[in-house]
Design a binder for this molecule. Structure first.
Ligand code: RIB
Length: 320
């Protein structure tokens, strides 16, 4: 692996309000902080992969509007190897309204995907050489499924390793899961994909077993404060949670996925890459914003080294 990650995914303009608590239906509540910035799971994960040390080609689609212009300027100065940013004439740039509230800096997000869901077959075909040149293709579910499926098919045809972060959840076929090398749902998405209600480590293990039966070869289920479960048909391991002082949890999953892809692309094995990604994500939650809250490789390395007790632990095989 040469450390090249291609991220196909959404760009959204995020508007964030930080509040003491979430508003109730019908209530107007004063926010004590507000900001606007680059977001979208694709752009966030691409930024995380870049900061975690990968060479990144980002592929996305925006509207022919001011937010689209903002996206292009932002992405051009981020430091990616390359960007392919298509423009949609019919739909606006995706946007997200985000509330952040409470001591644990939890978030609520409403996303209008707009142009993100208009990627055509011809546009996917134009990206084929980029996908073929990458070690890893990282995709989420914030674009139209037809384009995501075609990107994955192209990656498989050229032997590029595929990571699917199934967020936000939309129904996907078992045939698609079987084409993915690594599937990374959170507990909600794992529940929706497997039919097993994931509330803790044990239920995550049962959900992972179902996902393996559906064809997913390697699965990491992120479990919030419980850490994460790494599962293959042969073994399960517990990925630790690194201590953090949460300020804004927006983009934490994106931080994890981007860093995971970067470390796998550089040659780490899956447990090593997942441990690094957990440390990386713990830094992201301490900062406000999404794409702009990604830490550097050096910061994540320092957190790893500061917590030698946070180890990947093997657990016995699932028998269910
Ligand atoms: O994962 C966080 C992201 O979800 C935000 O940046 C928002 O744009 C939504 O896509």
């Amino acid at each position: 692996m040469k450390g090249k990650v291609c991220v196909f995914g959404s760009f959204n303009l995020d508007v964030v309000a930080v509040m003491r608590r979430f508003p109730l239906p019908g209530e107007s509540l004063t926010a004590h902080h507000s900001m606007m910035g680059a977001g979208g799971k694709g752009a966030n994960q691409a930024t995380a992969a870049l900061r975690a040390g990968a060479r990144v080609h980002y592929i996305g689609k925006v509207g022919n509007d001011d937010f689209g212009l903002f996206a292009r300027r932002h992405l051009e100065k981020t430091g990616f190897d390359a960007i392919t940013l298509f423009t949609c004439k019919e739909k606006p740039t995706g946007n997200a309204l985000i509330y952040v509230a409470g001591d644990d800096a939890e978030n609520m997000i409403s996303v209008y995907p707009g142009a993100n869901t208009t990627v055509t077959a011809a546009e996917v075909t134009r990206c084929q050489p980029t996908v073929a040149a990458a070690d890893i293709l990282l995709v989420q579910l914030e674009n139209n499924l037809s384009a995501i499926q075609r990107m994955i098919d192209n990656a498989r045809a050229s032997g590029t390793f595929v990571i699917l972060n199934p967020a936000p959840w939309q129904k996907v076929s078992d045939a698609l899961l079987a084409k993915v090398d690594l599937l990374t749902p959170n507990s909600t998405e794992a529940t929706q994909l497997s039919g097993v209600t994931v509330t803790d480590f044990d239920s995550a293990r049962r959900a992972a077993a179902v996902l393996h039966r559906k064809g997913a070869r390697q699965v990491i289920i992120t479990l919030g404060i419980a850490g994460a479960l790494l599962s293959t048909p042969a073994e399960q391991q517990r990925i630790p949670l690194f201590p953090a002082q949460p300020r804004d949890t927006t983009g934490a999953g994106d931080a994890f996925n981007g860093a995971l892809a970067a470390r796998l692309a550089s040659g780490d094995d899956l447990p090593q890459a997942a441990r690094f990604a957990a440390a990386f994500a713990s830094l992201c939650v301490e900062r406000a914003g999404a794409a702009d809250s990604m830490p550097s490789y050096a910061e994540a390395l320092a957190r790893l080294q500061a917590h030698p007790e946070c180890l990947v632990e093997p657990i016995e095989s699932i028998t269910a």
